[in-house]
Design a protein around this ligand. Structure first.
Ligand SMILES: *[C@@H]1O[C@H](CO)[C@@H](O)[C@H](O)[C@H]1NC(C)=O
Ligand SMILES: *[C@@H]1O[C@H](CO)[C@@H](O)[C@H](O)[C@H]1NC(C)=O
Ligand SMILES: *[C@@H]1O[C@H](CO)[C@@H](O)[C@H](O)[C@H]1NC(C)=O
Ligand SMILES: *[C@@H]1O[C@H](CO)[C@@H](O)[C@H](O)[C@H]1NC(C)=O
Ligand SMILES: *[C@@H]1O[C@H](CO)[C@@H](O)[C@H](O)[C@H]1NC(C)=O
Ligand SMILES: *[C@@H]1O[C@H](CO)[C@@H](O)[C@H](O)[C@H]1NC(C)=O
Ligand SMILES: *[C@@H]1O[C@H](CO)[C@@H](O)[C@H](O)[C@H]1NC(C)=O
Ligand SMILES: *[C@@H]1O[C@H](CO)[C@@H](O)[C@H](O)[C@H]1NC(C)=O
Length: 899
């Protein structure tokens, strides 16, 4: 029986319940499009909208007509917000959580930053949330798991951190697309996601996820795209996926998985188009059942430990486009190893055949010439393949990369190779090739790299090679090449990484045209029979870092002009007939760290500074008439040379300097204390020290959204500056891309590189790395990468205002601090750098401020060294490694679709 008390309680409950359902019913919101209006205006107020997309968001029109806003017919409430691809920056306001009828949010391809607001978790009607390609940071809000109607969730290409919220596996039961690739998420992959049985796409590649991958996906009957590449997963890979017959794409590449491919993979996955398990730790043989997967387009098994013979019947894989078996233990070194190549001739869409670094033996099948004419790259390097290169190879007209180095090929280089007009790199190094270098190679005008070293080639260097006006690296060392060095070769202005002619039988002088090679980083002509003097024009090769001329018959003295080789690191002139004095200017070549002048006829005084200051950097053996130098060299003393005046001169220069330093210091102490307090606040801006290796064009392109105009933060006549996020950690950087079409831009790049190369000061902008390369179109590309300073330039602070700062808002002390910062840089450049550097362009827009308002001086594009008045020269950070590097036009198409 219920008493009255409980009756009234029940009544209250009923009342509560009806109120609740009233509130929750749509009619309740008859007037609340006002909430939507306020929310949208709040969202707008946080945005930077350069294209003015939200300018229609004003009170004179109905909000349902605002650009990017869609309302439902019945309630006139906002159901869709679509601002994709509009160059919009800014925070996403928490007010978004008030748009309670919202079903679709699409903000893809913009520059939203900051966290995804927790309030978005209130959007219980939300079905689609697309935030791809922005700069959202922070964690994926756990609140989002409340959006239980979510079907499509994509946050690929942001800077999200933290773990994947476990709850989503219990609440997003309608989810079809889960994409958070290209972020910095860590932790494990929650097994609960295996519950989301509607899933069609799982794309979580390129993150920092780790641990064993839970084998939980067996129930996903509709999954067609599964990519978990580039994480740190290890252990046996999830075999349950090999039973999901709907799968079209599987990418497990770049993890540390173990195990082998299931024998029946081809029977269970009839729809498979891409299988990428490259760079793992997989073993076993290649399942023959793959012959059944007639849709297979890409098979990437590179960099594992697969072994055994390749017995897949490629003849039935008519759609095969990309085959990459590189870096495994495949093949048995037997005659039949390459039989599968003949089967591949059926694959009329084949583009890449990459089987390098295995154990394939046998004769190179001549059927290789019958591969589809769509083939662009063949890589069979580092195997044990014998036989000769067929003449008919010329049929492969689209070929742009041919790598056959480190095999046992013999016979001649067919002259018909010259008909492969699209060839961009070719290496036949380390085989047993005989005959001559065919003239016809001069027809390969797109060639950027040609490597023929370590063979038995004879005859001369064809002068026609001078037509290869894109060649960056040429190596024909260790052959039996004779004759003179044709001057045409020295007219290839693009030669930049390496010209290696060493270990041949070349004779005659080095032509004066060598001075044309202004971009060349390494010149090796050692162990030939060259004679004559070292050409003075060599002084124009101002990018040269390595010069090796040893074991020839060069005579005469070392020309004075070589003092302009400002970036030279190593010089070897040993075992020649050179004579005269050792040039004193070698002391001043700042980067020279190896100098070998042994077994010549040098005479006179050995200098003591620079490279000569350490015995291990130099070799002077076998020069009988040298004297002086370091004591450790044990050379006889030279005649004394009168009293030294240099200390007096030094004092004359130093005294005024010390004076000005003292004055500066006194000024400084006044403000230093205040400054210290500030400086403690953020040490994060100082953490940038982490060093990058040289970056490629592709990396910079990725970092800056393909040099998107929305990333531009500054523009000058020689260059544009882009904001970007570089590398795995998405480190914020400023990328200064030189406009090389502009006269003087190269000079400016070189001047800046050189100036910044060896100087360090807390008030200088830090250079992180440089890129000197060519872009995807083959056009020369130079860029400098700096730390990113978030607070703009002094110019902004003095004359402009934006959201983050108000004009004229620097107080006197702050201004004084900036002046002192700048003065201390100038003092450093003028008095503490050797040689002294003149910036030449100090102005407010070149002075950047960090969070603590500490000034950093940048833009050394007009900098000059004081010691020589010639426009600054030199410095290409060209590497001189001889290996084959990634080549333009030869980039494996990822199987990565943009979901
Ligand atoms: C409101 O937006 C409309 C459409 O873009 C525009 O024509 C109008 O000038 C705007 N009104 C105000 C007051 O900004
Ligand atoms: C809200 O909806 C009402 C009725 O549908 C409409 O008259 C009014 O203009 C709307 N308000 C705004 C701000 O769009
Ligand atoms: C984005 O917009 C730019 C121009 O505004 C256009 O060129 C580009 O194709 C668009 N990209 C996408 C993915 O819609
Ligand atoms: C909307 O959201 C904001 C922030 O989340 C909140 O402050 C505000 O009270 C909400 N309600 C309305 C009616 O705007
Ligand atoms: C994201 O950016 C990439 C590369 O810039 C582009 O290919 C892709 O289409 C973009 N994704 C979306 C959803 O716009
Ligand atoms: C691959 O496996 C071998 C032994 O099976 C192990 O030594 C090696 O560290 C593994 N490599 C990686 C990258 O996990
Ligand atoms: C190269 O060919 C010569 C004769 O042509 C032969 O003597 C030599 O063994 C071969 N070298 C290799 C590595 O096959
Ligand atoms: C290719 O090179 C050969 C040898 O240098 C030359 O005779 C021939 O004319 C060239 N062919 C073309 C089409 O330029």
């Amino acid at each position: 029986m219920l008493n009255s008390n409980s009756m009234s309680c029940l009544a209250t409950l009923v009342w509560c319940f009806s109120l609740f359902s009233l509130l929750n019913s749509d009619s309740c919101f008859a007037l609340s499009n006002e909430t939507d209006r306020l929310a949208l205006l709040a969202i707008k107020s946080q945005l930077q909208d350069p294209l003015g997309v939200t300018s229609s968001w004003n009170n004179s029109i109905n909000l349902c007509q605002w650009t990017g806003v869609t309302c439902g017919h019945r309630h006139q409430r906002v159901t869709e917000l679509d601002l994709r691809n509009q160059s919009i920056g800014g925070f996403l306001s928490p007010y978004v959580g008030n748009l309670s009828f919202l079903r679709v949010i699409n903000l893809a391809n913009n520059d939203f930053y900051g966290e995804i607001p927790n309030e978005a978790g209130r959007l219980f009607r939300l079905e689609t949330l697309l935030l791809t390609n922005n700069s959202f940071s922070g964690k994926i809000p756990t609140n989002l798991s409340r959006c239980s109607n979510l079907i499509d969730f994509r946050v690929r290409g942001n800077h999200l951190v933290g773990e994947v919220p476990v709850d989503i596996g219990y609440s997003w039961l309608k989810l079809e697309v889960l994409s958070f690739a290209d972020n910095q998420l860590t932790g494990q992959f929650p097994p609960s996601i295996g519950n989301l049985s509607a899933l069609q796409v799982i794309n979580i590649g390129v993150n920092g996820l780790s641990g064993r991958f839970p084998d939980c996906l067996g129930q996903l009957r509709d999954l067609y795209y599964f990519s978990i590449e580039e994480n740190n997963f290890f252990g046996t890979f999830p075999v349950s996926i090999f039973n999901i017959s709907s799968l079209q794409t599987i990418s497990l590449a770049f993890n540390r998985f173990e195990g082998s491919l299931p024998v029946d993979i081809g029977f269970n996955l009839p729809n498979l188009a891409y299988l990428d398990v490259g760079q793992n730790n997989l073993t076993g043989t290649l399942p023959h059942s793959l012959s059944n997967v007639s849709n297979l387009k890409g098979l990437e098994l590179f960099d594992n430990s697969f072994s055994g013979n390749v017995r897949i019947d490629f003849g039935s894989l008519l759609n095969l486009n990309w085959l990459n078996l590189k870096d495994n233990n495949l093949g048995g070194g037997t005659i039949s190893d390459l039989d599968f190549v003949t089967l591949l001739t059926n694959c009329s869409k084949l583009e890449a055949l990459e089987i390098g670094s295995n154990r394939f033996g046998g004769v190179l099948p001549h059927s290789i010439a019958n591969l589809s004419t769509t083939v662009t790259s063949i890589d069979m390097q580092h195997n044990q393949i014998s036989g000769s290169i067929p003449f008919e190879m010329k049929n492969l007209v689209k070929l742009n990369a041919l790598y056959l180095h480190y095999n046992q090929l013999n016979g001649i280089i067919p002259h018909t190779i010259g008909e492969l007009r699209n060839l961009q790199s070719m290496s036949l190094s380390a085989n047993n090739m005989t005959g001559t270098i065919p003239d016809s190679l001069g027809n390969l005008t797109l060639l950027t790299g040609l490597w023929l070293r370590i063979n038995n080639l004879q005859g001369g260097i064809p002068s026609s090679l001078g037509n290869c006006q894109n060649l960056m690296e040429l190596s024909i060392s260790q052959n039996r090449i004779t004759g003179a060095l044709p001057k045409q070769i020295l007219g290839i202005k693009t030669l930049s990484t390496l010209l290696d002619l060493s270990d041949n039988l070349l004779s005659g002088p080095i032509p004066v045209e060598v001075g044309n090679l202004k971009n060349l980083g390494a010149l090796y002509v050692s162990r030939n029979q060259f004679s004559g003097e070292i050409p003075t024009t060599l002084s124009s090769c101002t990018s040269l870092e390595y010069l090796d001329m040893h074991e020839n018959s060069f005579s005469g003295s070392i020309p004075f002009a070589l003092n302009s080789l400002k970036s030279i690191k190593a010089i070897d002139l040993s075992c020649n007939n050179l004579s005269g004095q050792i040039p004193k200017y070698f002391e001043n070549l700042l980067f020279l760290e190896l100098l070998n002048l042994s077994y010549n006829h040098f005479e006179g005084e050995v200098p003591t500074k620079g490279v000569f200051s350490s015995k291990i950097n130099i070799s002077l053996l076998g020069n009988e008439k040298l004297c002086g130098g370091l004591n450790e060299l044990h050379l006889p003393p030279c005649h004394s040379t009168g009293p030294r005046k240099s200390t007096v001169t030094l004092l004359k220069v130093l005294l005024p300097v010390i004076g000005s330093v003292l004055i500066l210091l006194t000024c400084r102490i006044v403000v230093e204390n205040r400054r210290r307090k500030l400086a403690h606040k953020s040490s994060s801006t100082l953490r940038v020290e982490q060093r990058f290796p040289m970056v490629s064009y592709a990396e910079l392109s990725k970092a800056t959204n393909e040099f998107s105009s929305s990333n531009i933060i500054g523009q000058g006549s020689f260059s544009s500056v882009y904001k970007g996020n570089l590398g795995e950690n998405a480190m914020p950087v400023a990328v200064k891309v030189m406009n090389l079409k502009q006269k003087g831009a190269t000079k400016s790049f070189v001047a800046e590189c050189e100036a910044l190369r060896n100087i360090r000061h807390r008030n200088l902008i830090k250079i992180i790395t440089v890129c000197s390369s060519i872009d995807f179109k083959g056009i020369e590309f130079k860029a400098l990468v700096y730390e990113y300073l978030p607070c703009g330039s002094l110019e902004d602070w003095l004359h402009q205002s934006n959201d983050q700062l108000e004009a004229g808002n620097l107080n006197l002390i702050q201004r004084l601090n900036v002046v002192i910062d700048v003065a201390s840089v100038i003092e450093y450049l003028h008095h503490h750098c050797q040689p002294p550097i003149v910036h030449g362009d100090i102005k407010p827009s070149n002075i950047l401020l960090d969070y603590d308002l500490i000034a950093h001086v940048g833009d050394f594009g007009l900098a000059r060294f004081l010691s020589d008045r010639s426009p600054c020269t030199i410095l290409e950070t060209s590497s001189s490694s001889i290996g084959i590097k990634g080549t333009v036009g030869y980039i494996a198409p990822g199987i990565y679709i943009h979901i």
